[in-house]
Ligand binder design. Structure first.
Ligand code: AP5
Ligand code: MG
Ligand code: ZN
Length: 227
């Protein structure tokens, strides 16, 4: 392909409360559309594990279920989006989460001649999110997400994707922290639904059903906006 036919990479946002299924669905969209999932939660957990300056600042905030500062999160996201694999197009999972972050993203994309194809809101009731989060665990090898009841590995104790046999649970998936995360979502992130509605890029998906049914609905939306 020569430079004159360069395709502008797609930018999709998955909006939704804790446990809505953003990570689960983003990974499925990655596989289907060849896009790259960017989860600021995963990037922050990596920074905490490595012990970077940002990670040290974020650790206690995440354990309390509050939002990490816009400054830290925007810097992490900007660095990640500058990496070459993001030229395929990205699915933003858990970013933006505040109006300041949304405006920073608009500026970042505008400076690269890109735009948001769609902000897809996964609509779930608060009670369901608590059930989903309390049963969640992930593969320690590849990060694939599972659930004690709703998404078990095909072979017990072995990851479907990579065969790993070790799994982990998140430090912030306890009842008290989940309550704070929900409060932060309603106060600071839910207003972005109106923000993207005003921009004309908002799509809503009922995310109360089965994982595969939601994936099919989502694929339909993404196919439409990527045309
Ligand atoms: P983050 O990691 O983004 O957590 P979150 O938003 O609380 O969302 P989760 O990852 O808990 O849920 P999910 O929607 O990905 O659900 P999942 O697919 O796993 O953020 C963590 C923290 O980092 C924040 O609290 C904050 O401190 C900080 N942070 C991150 N980004 C930030 C930002 N931009 N600004 C400031 N701070 C930031 O599904 C959940 C479970 O349910 C799984 O077990 C799954 O198998 C299961 N499941 C999924 N779909 C279904 C279904 N349809 N039916 C039944 N079960 C299902
Ligand atoms: Mg997630
Ligand atoms: Zn795995």
């Amino acid at each position: 392909m020569d430079a004159s036919t360069t395709v502008t990479p797609a930018v999709l946002i998955l909006l939704g409360p804790p446990g809505a299924g953003k990570g689960t669905q983003a990974r499925m969209l990655e596989d289907t559309f060849g896009l790259v999932q960017l989860s600021t939660g995963d990037l922050l957990r990596e920074a905490v594990a490595v012990g970077t300056e940002a990670g040290q600042a974020a650790k206690a905030v995440m354990e309390a279920g509050d939002l990490v500062s816009d400054e830290i999160v925007i810097a992490i996201l900007r660095d990640r989006m500058a990496q070459p694999d993001c030229s395929k197009g990205v699915i933003l999972d858990g970013f933006p989460r505040t109006t300041v972050q949304a405006e920073a993203l608009d500026d970042l994309l505008a400076s690269a001649g890109q735009k948001i194809n769609a902000a897809i809101s996964l609509e779930v009731e608060d009670e369901e999110m608590v059930i989903r989060i309390s049963g969640r665990y992930t593969c320690a090898g590849c990060g694939e997400g599972y659930h004690d009841t709703f998404k078990k590995p095909v072979k017990e104790g072995e990851c479907d994707k990579c065969g790993h046999t070790e799994f982990k649970r998140r430090a912030d998936d306890n009842a008290e922290t989940v309550a704070s995360r929900l409060t932060a979502y309603h106060a600071q992130t839910a207003p972005l639904i109106d923000y993207y509605q005003t921009q004309g890029v908002l799509k809503g998906i009922n995310a109360m059903g089965q994982i595969d049914d939601i994936a099919r609905a989502l694929q339909g939306v993404v196919s439409d906006v990527m045309e």
